[in-house]
Design a protein around this ligand. Structure first.
Ligand code: ATP
Ligand code: MG
Length: 694
């Protein structure tokens, strides 16, 4: 065991934890029922007292609205859309959709015939309603003590200047602009500037490589790139301009020429250290202040594309997901308002980067449309200490806090004192997105961070859906650790069997959508055929999510993992999420990832990668105990055949486990791992390989 522990790559000291929790966490406020949820046997409901200002405070309240949203979607969404400014109204039969390829081209329209502008509604509308001097962006820098507040008026002025600059270099309605920026206010400002003039933004996460960026620039045909000299993440400097230069060069090599690069000078990389291409490059700080702070809004059709965003690439080649203007606006605003109970002036924090859909819908557009104050955090959650998140919560008195399960688990692995040393009494709602959250991490988030007071909204959705689809509404029904619970208004989920037959009542199968919602993906950039093949071919008539799902007798939905990852053991279908949750319920385990491998007798066997809390050495005892835990919680058929100790798990930059790599390592096909450059930490792969068979 000693030799093994030496093999484990060292974790940064802040990730160390010396206390091992072997016993289940005792959860005083919810008693024995919740403890069994921690055990992972059957997740039990956790009632949390919360009074929602939206007026949805019971399942009956929800059902009244939900039923209408399904029976009369056009009328339901039209009523919600009236709070916004529409330069021209929609037609009476504004909503239509076809999810069945056999009946013609797949399509969705909402608010057809109407004209609007999302920047106007997100920013100008508040100023016209007298909220111009109210803060809307609360920027918190990478280093402690760096911060900045922007009001709606400040944002409108800056957005207009950037929009005017874009126009001055020839960008107009329908043109695409690539945005490759750190998390500074100028990132959502650049997005809004595009929207103001009807240009289509394509935000590329600042952690992507030059190759990834160039692919996205060329695919979207972005003639203008907005970037920064650099970015700061903890003690690391990311040379964004240098990467963007390489990407522009690569794009040129593949036949696409970028004409203008706007560069925001970030303190991490001073002007003098940037390579410069005269005629192509412009300093933001030189050019933007020169621009007029008035820029008229370009009214666009409701179906005009607002942005494209490439999916994160957990499963394959990125696709440029195209979202509309009107439908997306109404979905983003409505979900934000009901799920986070967000009211004008609330201080709300979503930790996602604007480079992901979560950053688009729930950091930029949703909170702005609701008139809230949105925290924009440039840094990383464990810098300078693992207390940073709670420090920020205390500093700004954050009311709603929305993050990813991976972050919850990494902070859970720290000493609780990092949490408890900061005042979190402002918190009212906690949320997660991106992956299934295992009940144990859920309970920690609920109890330790939220002091048993805050409902957790576990929101299931996708880049393609634009907005949350299956989610609890705070205070309306009890939370169910690890379950997204019920469909949002206008969302009609179905559980399908392998042949595409709809299953009734309590069921497990593939999650599909039967009816369009306003922010339905409209197409894949430049490839409507690929769009139809990816999402509407597996089961004609339904939007195919690619996720497995269980529905309980009372209609609650629990995601079981991706369909491609389902393991078939001796005829039993086993979802990855369930086995992982059971493993992670063990006191010594931080995280687990399971994949299938060919097995002579069972068809497929279960191969589990497990990371342990610091202070635990890999041992036969823990191994046996882990297998026993799964046996007890799920059944003998789900017991892992192999436990592979891992120093960490390979994750995408948005924090999702990349199982395609783990599948290859399990069968020793180390030379077939494919592209690992999009991993948050490509080095982790070697560490995992070295521990195979140990
Ligand atoms: P790609 O489609 O390129 O492979 P991706 O699917 O990871 O990448 P996203 O659109 O960011 O890209 O992620 C959506 C997926 O994340 C969902 O299909 C689901 O598998 C998972 N997911 C998101 N939220 C939840 C949640 N609350 N519970 C369980 N799974 C979730
Ligand atoms: Mg996906």
């Amino acid at each position: 065991a000693k030799a093994l522990s030496q093999l484990r790559p060292r974790q940064p000291p802040i990730l160390r934890r010396h206390v091992v929790r072997a016993a289940p966490i005792h959860v005083s406020s919810v008693g024995a029922r919740a403890t069994s949820a921690v055990q992972g046997e059957v997740a039990r409901a956790v009632p949390v007292e919360y009074h929602a200002r939206t007026g949805i405070n019971s399942r009956a309240d929800y059902e009244t609205l939900y039923n209408r949203s399904i029976q009369d979607p056009a009328g339901f969404w039209a009523d919600l859309a009236r709070q916004f400014h529409w330069e021209k109204p929609w037609r009476k039969d504004h909503m239509s959709f076809n999810f069945d390829r056999r009946k013609g081209q797949v399509s969705t329209t909402f608010f057809d015939g109407a004209r609007t502008n999302i920047c106007y509604n997100a920013v100008d509308r508040h100023i016209e309603q007298g909220r111009g001097s109210q803060p809307c962006f609360l920027w918190e820098g990478n280093d402690i003590g760096e911060d900045r507040v922007m009001t709606f008026s400040d944002v409108r002025d800056e957005v207009s200047r950037v929009a005017n600059w874009l126009k001055s270099v020839g960008i107009g309605k329908g043109d695409s602009v690539a945005i490759y920026m750190p998390m500074v206010c100028e990132l959502p400002i650049a997005m809004l500037a595009c929207a103001r003039i009807g240009a289509v933004h394509s935000v590329v996460f600042g952690g992507f490589s030059a190759e990834s960026l160039s692919q996205r620039i060329a695919d979207a045909k972005s003639k203008v790139v907005i970037t920064a000299s650099g970015g700061a993440r903890a003690k690391k400097v990311v040379p964004l301009k240098q990467i963007a230069d390489k990407a522009v060069q690569l794009a040129a090599g593949s036949g696409f020429q970028v004409e203008n690069v706007l560069v925001y000078e970030h303190k991490s990389v001073p002007k003098g250290e940037c390579a410069w291409t005269e005629g192509r490059d412009t300093w933001y700080q030189d050019a933007i202040p020169q621009q007029d702070r008035h820029c008229p809004v370009e009214w666009v059709d409701s179906e005009h594309p607002l942005f494209l965003l490439y999916t994160s690439g957990s499963t394959g080649n990125p696709k440029g997901v195209v979202h509309s203007t009107g439908g997306y606006m109404v979905s983003a605003a409505t979900t934000t308002r009901y799920i986070f109970d967000l009211q004008p002036g609330d201080v709300y924090w979503c930790t996602a980067d604007c480079g992901w859909i979560t950053g688009h819908s729930y950091l930029a557009y949703g909170p702005l449309l609701c008139g809230a104050q949105s925290v924009i955090f440039e840094g990383v959650p464990n810098y300078p200490t693992p207390a940073r998140c709670w420090q920020v919560v205390e500093k700004y008195k954050v009311r709603q806090f929305y993050t990813a399960p991976t972050l919850v688990r990494s902070l859970e692995a720290q000493d609780n004192k990092f949490v408890t040393q900061h005042d979190r009494s402002s918190l009212r709602i906690l949320g997660t997105v991106g992956e299934p959250i295992n009940p144990r991490a859920w309970m920690w988030f609920f109890e330790t961070v939220g002091e048993g007071r805050c409902p957790i909204v576990d929101t299931w959705w996708q880049t393609e859906t634009g907005a949350a689809m299956i989610t609890p509404l705070p205070g309306a029904w009890p939370c169910l650790p690890g379950s997204a619970t019920l469909p949002f208004f206008g969302v009609l989920p179905v559980i399908l069997d392998d042949k595409g037959k709809e299953l009734d009542g309590e069921a497990e199968g593939i999650l599909g959508m039967k009816q369009a919602w306003p922010s339905t993906i409209r197409t894949v950039k430049g490839d409507h055929k690929r769009f139809e093949e990816t999402y509407f071919s597996a089961f004609p008539g339904y939007y195919f999510t690619g996720d497995g799902c269980k529905r309980s007798a009372d209609g609650q939905y629990t995601i079981t993992g991706r369909v491609d990852d389902v393991i078939n053991v001796s005829g039993h279908r086993v979802g990855t999420a369930e086995v992982e949750a059971a493993l992670a319920s063990h006191g010594a385990c931080i995280e687990a990832a399971v994949v299938g491998f060919d097995h002579d007798i069972k068809g497929q066997g279960i191969y589990a990668y497990v990371t342990l809390h610091d202070g635990n050495d890999f041992s036969e005892d823990i191994r046996k105990d882990l297998v026993k835990t799964v046996r007890e919680q799920i059944g003998a058929f789900a017991a892992p055949d192999v436990i592979h100790w891992a120093p960490g798990l390979p994750k995408t930059r948005s924090g999702k486990i990349m199982r395609r790599i783990l599948r290859k390592i399990a069968v020793k096909k180390d030379d077939e791992l494919g592209d690992t450059s999009t991993l948050a930490d490509p080095g982790i792969v070697q560490g995992i390989i070295e521990l195979r068979g140990k």
